[in-house]
Design a protein around this ligand. Structure first.
Ligand code: ADP
Ligand code: MG
Length: 708
């Protein structure tokens, strides 16, 4: 890794190593197992520790008087245990009464050892910390953290607030704190964490220096207003958020600029493939589809690579626009790679494109991670000798071993499921070449403007803001799990009327195998309770061939009820399906619910979505499901989702890694974005040497993009 260009060359021979080069194991108390836990937290080196900021703080800088405590306060108390007894109520517990000069309060332990009970006997003096609750006889603190005064060597109080860090299983706060404090200790040398923001930007933004901000956030002084800090509005936090957002934007802008310097094959109108394709469709394009294609066609006709995002709500007909764009490349003798995020969606595209385009003598190829070696070999040959015009697949399309004869256009469908990093990885494949294919990115997750500004700063954008005519909005109802029997009756009725139904099983666990097990169990129950229906099952663990068969049967109407996992979230298109039941809907993100619900309401039938939930619902839960009931508009839902849950979840960071920020929070820091935009241009113009180190600090090595 190249070191950042703007440091002074150190005169001594023992060159200072920048903190991101120092391994975690160089710290006291960090062995391989702790290192692994730190990795789980996204911490790879000593510098990362500095940017691992507290979630909240505890004030242990003072001792509260027992008579002053209020319900809900987090307090530190000091006093003498005056009574200690075991209570046998609903749950056995140890209750100790603590007394100071001003009053009494009870401490309650539901888990305690005999030794603990003995150590907390009357006469013992302790210092403890915890949250004040209302008990049956006055205030209580459950499970306070405590230390015996006799064991406190230095009984001076903390000088700064105590940070509580995001942690992981088996990593205690005290351990994490001591590790982070060691990293902070290394901060004293100003060369180790370089201030990149130019002075004039810092002054204009009125922000503290990087060092000050970091020190402050890990150990705020006792007089700080916690509200400001806990709402993320403190200048120190804003400073880091600003730098992070700036770095993300610089990363995107740099890619765009590099790309603009490359040449791409200009694609003109040749022949009438597109007209022939449109003629065989049973419908007319919507105006929005036409507009999007006009914009794409204009890009494709130029000699620099297109980088365009098509945003269109679920069901707005993006596939047709993709097909038209692909045909423009094909008529110019270029190949097109169409990448889908799931095997199932890729399959569906493959089937559609084959059906649409083979009559037009266009050859459609197929590549996925799961195919047999022989079939793969054949496909690789077709790709390499140029016989395959359009190749559809998963990210297997971009593995080393795939050689295109003349790749001119890359189309990425449902981009939100891939993540920025994968998109970048793809792009960086052509980094060192002067030539670059055009790129079209499609997404159904409507992204609020603020998010789009960061996530897609490198792309031009077309919006399909119109659904094909004749669609009736999906009616959504929110139903408690206890009323499952009524739901079964609804399913029977729908099937009796010749409609088809999806039953979506969801689990919060990431584990795919658990999801599949749940779907299998549900299918069994359905067969028992609805013996007259033809029921199918589809989940991610099935073989591709099995999945395709089940989908085909459902499309043909042979299956009436399809029990599925969220694998059907994207790309499944069966217009006769008019009822969808989503289990545990309270656990899913709104964007995901909206995607799933988009599987119904694709024809002109009245369609319904039943959101089953396990009560009781929290206030937020009610609010969120209310949004789904109220609206079918993906943009509105996305804005609400952002408001209610924050950007990580909106973009499904956990599932997709689209945009994850360490410090910034797009909803909270949205007001910074205009400055981010302004100053990123300024840095590109006047301080181009800062781009690389900033991007490196916040986004890591370029190689990271390679981890697709
Ligand atoms: P998405 O934008 O979610 O990818 P699709 O491309 O899958 O949407 O299209 C959804 C459905 O709408 C498909 O069945 C497709 O054939 C149909 N469709 C697309 N464009 C039109 C149109 N202009 N008029 C009528 N139906 C259309
Ligand atoms: Mg689609």
């Amino acid at each position: 890794m190249q070191s950042s260009g703007n440091k002074n060359t150190p005169s001594k021979s023992n060159v200072l190593v920048s903190l991101d080069q120092i391994p975690l194991t160089s710290l006291k108390g960090v062995g391989p197992s702790i290192e692994k836990k730190l990795h789980n937290l996204g911490i790879e080196n000593v510098q990362d520790l500095l940017f691992h900021l507290p979630l909240r703080y505890q004030d242990r800088t003072r001792i509260a008087s027992i008579n002053k405590v209020r319900f809900g306060d987090h307090v530190q108390l000091e006093g003498e245990i005056v009574a200690s007894k075991i209570l046998f109520g609903k749950r056995r517990s140890l209750q100790c009464t603590l007394q100071d000069d001003t009053g009494f309060i009870n401490l309650r332990f539901f888990f305690f050892s005999a030794a603990q009970k003995n150590s907390l006997s009357p006469g013992t003096k302790i210092r403890c910390y915890g949250e004040v609750r209302r008990g049956s006889a006055g205030y209580e603190i459950y499970h306070p953290e405590y230390r015996l005064l006799s064991a406190i060597k230095d009984d001076a109080l903390d000088q700064t607030l105590t940070p509580i860090y995001p942690s992981t299983e088996g990593m205690q706060q005290t351990r994490l704190r001591s590790i982070i404090d060691q990293a902070l200790g290394k901060l004293n040398d100003p060369d180790q964490v370089v201030e990149y923001l130019p002075v004039e930007i810092r002054q204009a933004m009125k922000c503290p220096s990087l060092m000050e901000a970091i020190q402050f956030l890990h150990h705020p002084p006792q007089n700080v207003t916690l509200d400001l800090l806990e709402s993320g509005q403190h200048p120190a936090q804003r400073r880091l958020a600003f730098e992070e957002l700036l770095s993300h934007r610089l990363c995107m802008r740099r890619l765009r600029i590099t790309s603009n310097h490359k040449s791409a094959p200009p694609m003109k109108i040749r022949g009438n493939l597109i007209d022939a394709f449109l003629e065989q469709l049973p419908f007319e394009l919507t105006r929005a589809q036409q507009r999007a294609f006009t914009e794409i066609a204009a890009d494709l006709s130029r000699e620099k690579p297109m980088l365009r995002l098509v945003q269109g709500d679920v069901g707005s007909g993006k596939t047709i626009v993709a097909a038209m764009s692909a045909l423009r490349a094909v008529e110019n003798d270029f190949q097109v790679a169409i990448m889908a995020p799931t095997e199932l969606l890729a399959e569906q595209h493959y089937l559609n494109f084959t059906q649409w385009l083979e009559p037009l003598n266009v050859t459609v190829g197929w590549l996925s991670g799961k195919m047999s070696a022989t079939r793969r070999r054949t496909q690789l040959d077709l790709i390499q000798n140029g016989e395959a015009n359009i190749i559809i697949g998963t990210h297997a399309l971009f593995q080393e071993s795939v050689n295109y004869a003349s790749l001119g256009l890359i189309i990425i469908d449902e981009q939100h499921r891939f993540g920025v990093h994968q998109r970048m990885a793809l792009r960086s494949k052509s980094d060192n070449t002067a030539f670059s294919p055009h790129q079209l990115v499609m997404t159904a997750t409507p992204i609020p403007r603020t998010l789009a500004m960061s996530a897609y700063a490198d792309l031009d954008c077309s919006i399909i803001d119109e659904l094909p005519p004749g669609r009736t909005p999906v009616k959504t109802v929110v139903v408690s799990h206890e009323r499952r029997q009524e739901v079964m009756a609804r399913i029977e009725n729908a099937c009796a009327e010749g409609r088809q139904v999806y039953w979506v099983c969801t689990l919060i666990e990431e584990s795919e195998s658990l999801q599949c097990q749940a779907a299998e169990a549900t299918e069994a129950i359905m067969r028992e309770q609805l013996p007259d229906l033809n029921i199918g099952l589809i989940h991610g663990r099935m073989k591709s061939r099995e999945k395709t068969e089940v989908m085909e049967k459902f499309k043909q109407g042979e299956l009436q009820l399809l029990v599925a996992t969220t694998v059907i979230e994207v790309g499944v298109d069966v217009p006769n399906a008019s009822l969808m039941v989503i289990e545990n809907s309270e656990r899913l993100g709104l964007a995901q619910l909206h995607q799933l619900r988009g599987r119904v309401g694709r024809g002109s039938l009245d369609s319904y979505c039943i959101l089953l939930y396990q009560g009781p619902l929290s206030e937020t839960g009610k609010h969120r499901l209310g949004v789904m009931r109220e609206s079918n508009d993906g943009f509105y839902i996305a804005e609400k989702d952002l408001e209610i849950r924050g950007p990580g979840q909106v973009l499904g960071t956990q599932q997709t890694g689209l945009m994850s920020f360490r410090v910034a929070d797009i909803a909270r820091d949205a007001d910074l974005l205009d400055d981010v935009k302004k100053y990123s241009e300024e840095i590109l113009r006047h301080y181009p040497q800062l781009v690389e180190p900033l991007v490196h600090r916040w986004l890591g090595d370029r190689e990271d993009y390679g981890r697709v």
